[in-house]
Each structure stands twice: as structure tokens, then as C-alpha cells.
Design a protein around this ligand. Structure first.
Ligand code: HEC
Ligand code: HEC
Ligand code: HEC
Ligand code: HEC
Ligand code: HEC
Ligand code: HEC
Ligand code: HEC
Ligand code: HEC
Ligand code: HEC
Ligand code: HEC
Ligand code: HEC
Ligand code: HEC
Length: 349
């Protein structure tokens, strides 16, 4: 009797265990797996897929010769695309590790301590594959790079833009920099075509203002050096081309803030207009420094042209080369003295 009851109890307990086991196995298969695989999903951020069961990815665990590594139901990234929309990963330019199916280069499939299952946070994440020295250590580091905000300019999976950029240049730059400074009346050709990185490094540089090379060399990448390297170089050129030209855009021709004469007189050579310039005889007013304003037959106001360069107005730079010259006083034309200069324009002198 005692034995019978005991046996009955044993059966009930056995059935209960089987039922619990089956039920648990059916509803929470992962608890079973977790019995042996204790370290799989213990970190702060757990992949939602774990809730649907380990088998949602590992259809053949422990098989001797599984079709796919680790008994997975398919290869990565196809496995992931089974639940995640592929469109975000297949735009025109695909990040190499994404194209190569190395999701695990950045994500843990089970759990991590970082948001979005990342194995580490950007920028450290990025530096696991990209040499950190490209983004720090030089004299000037671009503020968003310094702040580790790679994602303010790059996407991580794929992008319609080259270099995985979140937007094309110059729009990308204008998300943080005031656009109006680049849209004045006269726009420098490379700025107009949005080639900001033809002059600036987006990440860091040893030159001021993130320039890819220092002034004036940066300008010689596109402009012929010969006009700037004659025997006598204008001191202002040595200080930097941007002493006179705005590198981006400006109100006046040649990227000037003012007319040529205004620029020379107001910035450095005020005295030239205060006393007669180029005295021919005592008591004269000196040589005219800019072309007269004249009315054309059509009633338009025009400024007299430079007699030797009819496409330009008569200005300080009709007699002086503002960049460099092989002659004294930065004369534009061959002359060893003031007097020798005159005959270039005044044939009768
Ligand atoms: C009784 C303990 C135990 C249980 C329960 C268990 N595993 Fe394992 N599992 C192991 C051992 C031991 C290994 C081999 C050790 C290793 O290489 O990690 C292994 C290996 C694996 C591997 C790696 C296979 C490979 O090719 O490297 C996967 C994936 C895996 N188990 C998934 C699961 C899943 C999913 C479950 C639940 C359905 C599960 N395991 C339940 C013990 C267990
Ligand atoms: C979203 C799909 C997915 C789910 C769900 C999933 N795994 Fe995995 N698991 C993977 C992938 C992918 C790998 C291969 C490792 C890698 O490349 O990241 C892997 C590898 C493993 C390994 C091999 C050890 C290792 O880290 O390489 C074990 C063991 C394992 N998983 C156990 C489990 C267990 C247990 C569960 C349920 C608690 C589970 N997995 C749920 C995708 C998944
Ligand atoms: C069985 C379906 C399933 C599979 C397979 C799957 N995931 Fe997920 N994953 C989910 C669900 C559900 C979520 C939560 C909802 C969401 O964010 O889309 C999620 C979220 C994520 C997240 C965001 C986590 C967060 O905190 O927001 C990442 C990253 C991720 N999965 C990566 C992967 C990778 C990598 C693979 C392939 C190795 C993969 N997933 C395969 C279902 C799946
Ligand atoms: C180079 C690193 C990297 C690789 C490789 C990578 N991811 Fe991501 N993934 C990220 C980052 C960074 C985030 C976004 C984190 C955030 O928004 O804060 C992310 C977010 C996600 C999310 C959450 C939804 C979203 O888009 O924000 C899913 C899902 C995801 N990744 C799946 C995948 C899958 C699947 C693969 C492989 C095909 C993959 N990732 C490869 C870095 C990567
Ligand atoms: C798992 C390795 C890995 C990680 C992590 C990684 N990358 Fe990459 N990335 C590559 C490889 C490989 C290339 C292609 C070779 C190259 O240009 O260096 C690449 C190329 C790029 C490119 C150039 C794309 C092009 O079209 O030329 C950018 C931009 C980029 N990665 C940004 C990032 C950012 C931002 C992060 C961090 C969120 C990151 N990467 C994390 C491996 C990685
Ligand atoms: C202010 C925007 C911006 C930020 C922030 C930024 N990048 Fe870039 N990155 C660019 C631009 C623009 C290019 C393309 C340069 C070109 O076309 O000459 C680029 C190119 C790249 C490349 C391709 C190789 C190269 O140097 O041309 C990699 C890799 C890269 N960035 C990684 C990163 C990483 C990692 C971070 C964060 C530490 C980061 N970037 C932050 C704008 C940015
Ligand atoms: C996410 C915001 C952001 C984006 C996008 C951005 N910048 Fe910047 N940039 C800054 C900040 C912040 C500074 C530092 C404050 C300042 O000088 O305005 C800065 C400074 C600069 C400087 C001056 C550096 C110095 O030494 O003074 C240059 C040049 C520059 N950025 C160029 C660019 C170019 C070119 C792009 C587009 C490829 C760009 N930036 C995109 C935020 C940004
Ligand atoms: C032809 C070369 C060149 C191009 C193209 C160029 N820049 Fe510059 N940029 C410079 C130079 C030179 C400076 C330094 C000016 C100075 O020191 O007076 C500068 C300075 C800057 C500064 C620092 C603030 C300032 O105004 O001094 C920012 C920001 C900047 N540039 C952004 C941009 C952006 C955005 C683009 C594209 C729309 C761009 N640059 C295109 C040459 C260039
Ligand atoms: C990436 C090539 C490039 C770089 C670098 C460059 N320029 Fe230019 N620049 C051009 C082009 C193209 C033009 C238009 C064609 C021409 O007049 O030669 C131009 C025109 C000019 C003009 C005449 C503008 C006008 O409206 O008539 C000036 C002045 C000028 N650049 C100054 C500079 C200065 C100063 C630098 C250095 C800070 C510089 N450039 C660097 C390409 C460049
Ligand atoms: C002192 C002011 C000043 C400095 C500094 C200066 N420029 Fe000029 N630049 C001028 C003037 C004035 C002109 C108009 C010359 C003329 O009338 O032919 C000019 C014209 C130009 C032109 C147009 C040439 C043409 O044939 O139309 C370019 C390009 C140019 N400068 C580039 C530069 C570069 C590059 C530097 C630095 C290496 C530089 N400038 C430094 C004043 C300056
Ligand atoms: C008609 C030709 C001509 C024009 C136009 C002209 N200059 Fe001169 N400039 C000269 C001559 C000639 C000298 C040498 C005078 C002397 O040695 O007495 C000279 C000398 C100079 C000197 C050197 C003074 C010194 O002490 O060595 C400066 C600076 C100068 N000019 C600036 C300007 C400026 C600025 C303008 C425009 C506002 C200008 N010039 C317009 C012909 C001209
Ligand atoms: C680059 C050409 C150029 C050079 C070089 C030049 N001039 Fe002139 N000169 C002119 C022009 C143009 C006018 C007429 C200006 C006007 O009427 O607006 C002029 C006018 C004059 C006048 C008449 C002034 C008046 O008030 O009507 C005299 C005198 C004169 N120049 C003397 C000289 C002397 C002396 C030199 C040498 C030191 C010289 N010029 C060099 C272009 C030049």
C-alpha cells in the first residue's frame, strides 16, 4: 500500500516533470540552451530575436556537419535579412564589412553592454578597423571628429553618396557651417562646384583651418605659380593669398571685398592717396590712380580701361603687379626706374 502510493506519486512527479520540461522546451527553448550556454545573453542589451528562441537562428545546433557554421539556418548576412529589411544595407555604396557579411565586426548577435548591440561605441568601434592616427594627433582636429561624431557625416551600413556620406558636399558642410558666407556674388569655382575637400581635410590637418596644404601652396595646386615667384615677391603674398582674396566667395570681382584700389588703399597703402602719387612736375596732382567714370553712348557708366589690358579697368595693378615682379617697385612692365615705366603707356614720353 505504502509502496503503491509511493509508485503513484513517482509517476505523477515524473509526468509533471515531463510536462514542465516539454512546456518549457516549447515556450522557452532558450532556458534549456542557457543551462549550458550561460554566457550567451547576459549583457545589458539583449537581441530581441533571443526571445523568439535560440532556434530562430540556430536550427541545427550540435550537428556534426551543419549546413552553415554554428548550426545557423543560413549564412550571415542572409540570416539577418530574414528579419531585418535589406534596403538599408544595399544602397549604392556599401560599407566593406556590410558587403562582406561581417555584421559581427560591429554587432554581437546575442547581447552587449552598448545600445544597438554594438560591440563598442563609435568612434572606438570605427577604430577597430580604421587607423586611429588618421583622426587624431595633428595640429587641427575638426570639432565633430574630435567629439567622435563620425555619424554626423557618415552612415554605417550603406549610402547613396560616396564615402558613405550622409549628404553630398557642400550640403554636408552646410548642415553646420553658415551657407551664406559661401554664396556671395562672386563664387570661387571649386566652392561653386562643392569641392570643399579640394582644400580642406574633413578630419584633421597640420595646417591652420584644416587646409590640405599651407598657403600659398594650397593655391598652387590649381593656379600657375609663375606669377607669384618672380624676383620681388609682394610682402602681402607671403602673408597669405587670403590677405586679399576670399577663398570662398565675395562681393567683388576676383573675390575681393572692395575694388582693387579700395583694397590697396584701405588695407595697407593709405598714404598713396594722401599725397600725389608719381609726381611728374612739382605742383601737379600726381598720376590718376583709377580710370575715370565715363558715360557710354548707351547711357551706362563705365570705368576707363587699362590701355595695355583693355579687358581690365585702369587701377593700381595697371602699373604694379600685386603678386610679384622682376622689376623694382613691383612694376608690371620692364623698368629700372619710374621714368622707364611711363613709355609703356605713353609712347610719346
Ligand atoms: C547539455 C549542455 C548543452 C545544451 C543544453 C546545449 N548546448 Fe550547445 N553546446 C554545448 C557544448 C558542450 C558545446 C560545444 C562547446 C563549444 O564548442 O562551445 C555546444 C556548442 C554549441 C554551439 C556551437 C557550435 C559550433 O559549431 O561551434 C551552438 C551554436 C550551440 N551549442 C547552440 C545551442 C542551442 C541553440 C541550444 C539549445 C537548443 C544548445 N546549444 C543547448 C552544450 C550544450
Ligand atoms: C539572431 C540570431 C541568433 C540567435 C537568436 C542566437 N544566436 Fe547564437 N549565434 C548567432 C551567430 C550569428 C553566431 C556566430 C557567431 C558570430 O559570428 O557572431 C552565433 C554563435 C553561437 C555560439 C557559438 C559561440 C560563439 O559565440 O561563437 C553559441 C554557443 C550560440 N550562438 C548559442 C546561442 C544560444 C544558446 C542562443 C539562445 C539563447 C543563441 N545562440 C541565439 C546568432 C544567433
Ligand atoms: C528572428 C528574427 C531576427 C533575426 C534573424 C535577426 N534579428 Fe536583429 N532584431 C530582431 C528584432 C525583432 C529586433 C528588435 C526590433 C528592431 O529593432 O527591429 C532586432 C534588433 C536588432 C538590432 C538593434 C538592437 C537595438 O537595441 O535596437 C540589431 C543591431 C540587430 N537586430 C542585428 C541583427 C544582426 C546582425 C542579425 C544577424 C546576425 C540579426 N539582427 C538577425 C530580430 C531578428
Ligand atoms: C561598421 C560597423 C557596422 C557593421 C559592419 C554593421 N552595422 Fe549595423 N549598426 C551599426 C551602427 C553604428 C548602428 C547604429 C547605432 C545608432 O544608431 O546609434 C547600427 C544599427 C543597426 C541596426 C538597428 C537599426 C538601425 O539601422 O539603426 C540593425 C538592425 C543593424 N545595425 C543590423 C546590421 C546588420 C544586419 C549588419 C550586417 C549586414 C550590420 N548591422 C553591420 C554599425 C554596423
Ligand atoms: C569591421 C571593420 C570595420 C569597422 C568596424 C568600420 N569599418 Fe569602415 N571600412 C572598413 C573597410 C574594410 C573599408 C574599405 C577599405 C578602406 O577604405 O579602408 C571601410 C571603408 C570605410 C569608408 C570609406 C567608404 C568608401 O566608399 O570609400 C568610410 C567612410 C568608413 N569605412 C567609415 C566607417 C565608420 C564611420 C565606422 C564606425 C561607425 C567604420 N567605418 C567602422 C572596415 C570597417
Ligand atoms: C565633418 C564630416 C566628417 C566627419 C565628422 C567624419 N568624416 Fe570621414 N570623411 C568625410 C568626408 C567628406 C570624406 C571624403 C573625403 C574626400 O572625398 O576626400 C571622409 C572620408 C572618410 C573615410 C575614407 C578614407 C578617406 O580618408 O578618404 C573614412 C574611412 C572615414 N572618413 C572615416 C571616418 C571616421 C572613422 C570618423 C569618426 C572618427 C569620420 N570619418 C568623421 C567627412 C567626415
Ligand atoms: C557636425 C557639424 C559639422 C559639419 C557637418 C562640418 N563641420 Fe566644419 N566645423 C564644425 C565645428 C563645430 C567647427 C569649429 C567651430 C567653428 O570654427 O565654426 C568646425 C570648423 C571647421 C573649420 C575651421 C577649422 C579651424 O581650424 O578653425 C573648417 C575649415 C571646417 N570646419 C570645414 C568643414 C568642411 C569642409 C565640412 C564639410 C566637409 C565641414 N566643416 C562640416 C562642425 C562641422
Ligand atoms: C580654394 C580652396 C578652398 C575651398 C575650395 C574651400 N575653402 Fe574653406 N578655406 C580656405 C582657406 C584658405 C581658408 C582660411 C582663410 C583664412 O585663414 O583667412 C578657409 C577657411 C574655412 C573655414 C574657417 C572659417 C573661415 O571662414 O575662416 C571654414 C569653416 C571653411 N573654410 C569651410 C569651407 C567649406 C564648407 C567649403 C566648401 C563649401 C570650403 N571651405 C571650400 C580655402 C578653401
Ligand atoms: C581646386 C582648384 C583650386 C584651388 C585649390 C584654388 N583655386 Fe582659385 N580658381 C580655381 C578655378 C577653376 C578658377 C576659375 C578659372 C580661372 O579663373 O582660372 C579660380 C579662380 C580664382 C580667382 C579669380 C576669381 C574670379 O572670379 O575671377 C582667384 C582670385 C582665385 N582663384 C584665388 C585663389 C586663391 C587665393 C587660392 C588659394 C587660397 C585658390 N584660388 C585656390 C581653382 C582653384
Ligand atoms: C596684395 C593683394 C593680393 C594678394 C596677397 C594676392 N593677390 Fe591675387 N590678385 C590681386 C589683384 C589686385 C589682382 C588683379 C590683378 C590684375 O589686375 O590683373 C589679383 C588677381 C589674381 C588672380 C586672377 C588672375 C588673372 O589673371 O585674372 C588670381 C588667380 C590670383 N590673384 C590668385 C592669387 C593667389 C594664388 C595668391 C597667393 C599666392 C594671391 N592671388 C595673392 C591681389 C592680391
Ligand atoms: C601710373 C602708374 C601707377 C599707378 C596707377 C600706381 N602707381 Fe604706385 N608707383 C608708381 C611708380 C612709378 C612708383 C615709383 C615712384 C617713385 O619711385 O617715386 C610707384 C610706387 C609705389 C609704391 C612704393 C612707394 C615707395 O616708397 O617705394 C607703392 C606702395 C605704390 N606705388 C602703391 C600704389 C597703389 C596702392 C596704387 C593704387 C592706389 C598705385 N601705386 C598706383 C606707379 C603707379
Ligand atoms: C599702365 C599705363 C600707364 C603707365 C605705365 C603710365 N601712365 Fe600716365 N596715364 C595713363 C592713363 C590711362 C592716363 C589717363 C588717365 C585718365 O585720364 O583717367 C594717364 C595719364 C597721364 C597724365 C595726364 C594726367 C592728367 O591728369 O590728365 C600724365 C601727365 C601721365 N599719365 C604721366 C605718366 C608718367 C610720368 C608715367 C611714368 C611715371 C606714367 N604716366 C605711366 C596710363 C599710364
Amino acid at each position: 500500500m505504502i509502496q503503491k502510493t509511493y509508485r503513484k506519486k513517482k509517476v505523477v512527479v515524473f509526468l509533471a516533470v515531463v510536462i514542465i520540461f516539454l512546456y518549457a522546451g516549447y515556450a522557452y527553448p532558450q532556458t534549456d540552451c542557457a543551462k549550458c550556454h550561460k554566457q550567451i545573453a547576459v549583457k545589458k542589451v539583449v537581441h530581441a530575436a533571443i526571445q523568439t528562441g535560440c532556434e530562430s537562428c540556430h536550427t541545427e545546433p550540435h550537428q556534426k556537419k551543419p549546413k552553415f557554421p554554428k548550426g545557423l539556418s543560413s549564412d550571415i548576412p542572409d540570416l539577418c535579412y530574414g528579419c531585418h529589411d535589406k534596403t538599408g544595407f544595399s544602397k549604392k555604396n556599401i560599407h566593406a564589412p556590410v558587403a562582406g557579411g561581417m555584421c559581427s565586426g560591429c554587432h554581437d548577435s546575442h547581447s552587449t553592454d552598448n545600445a544597438k548591440l554594438l560591440i563598442s561605441e563609435p568612434p572606438e568601434l570605427c577604430f577597430t578597423c580604421h587607423d586611429k592616427t588618421g583622426f587624431s594627433g595633428k595640429k587641427v582636429v575638426h570639432a565633430p571628429v574630435m567629439g567622435g561624431m563620425c555619424s554626423s557625416c557618415h552612415t554605417h551600413h550603406s549610402s547613396e553618396n560616396e564615402k558613405l556620406l550622409t549628404a553630398q558636399q557642400p550640403g554636408l558642410c552646410f548642415t553646420c557651417h553658415d551657407k551664406s558666407k559661401f554664396e556671395n556674388k562672386i563664387i570661387h569655382a571649386p566652392v561653386g562646384s562643392g569641392m570643399c575637400t579640394s582644400c580642406h581635410s574633413p578630419h584633421q590637418s597640420d595646417n591652420d583651418k584644416l587646409l590640405i596644404s599651407a598657403q600659398p601652396d594650397i593655391c598652387y595646386n590649381c593656379h600657375d605659380k609663375t606669377d607669384f615667384t618672380k624676383k620681388n615677391v609682394h610682402a602681402a603674398v607671403m602673408m597669405g593669398c587670403t590677405e586679399c582674396h576670399n577663398p570662398h566667395s565675395n562681393k567683388q570681382k576676383l573675390l575681393f571685398e572692395k575694388s582693387i584700389n579700395g583694397l590697396c588703399l584701405l588695407k595697407c597703402h593709405a598714404y598713396v592717396s594722401k599725397a600725389p602719387h608719381v609726381l611728374f612736375t612739382a605742383g601737379t596732382k600726381g598720376h590718376p590712380l583709377r580710370g575715370k567714370r565715363v558715360k557710354t553712348s548707351g547711357g551706362k557708366i563705365e570705368i576707363d580701361r587699362d590701355p595695355l589690358r583693355p579687358d581690365k579697368e585702369f587701377s593700381c595693378s595697371s602699373c604694379h603687379n600685386p603678386h610679384s615682379s622682376d622689376y623694382v617697385k613691383l612694376f608690371r612692365y620692364k623698368a629700372d626706374s619710374a621714368y622707364e615705366l611711363c613709355s609703356h603707356c605713353h609712347k610719346d614720353f
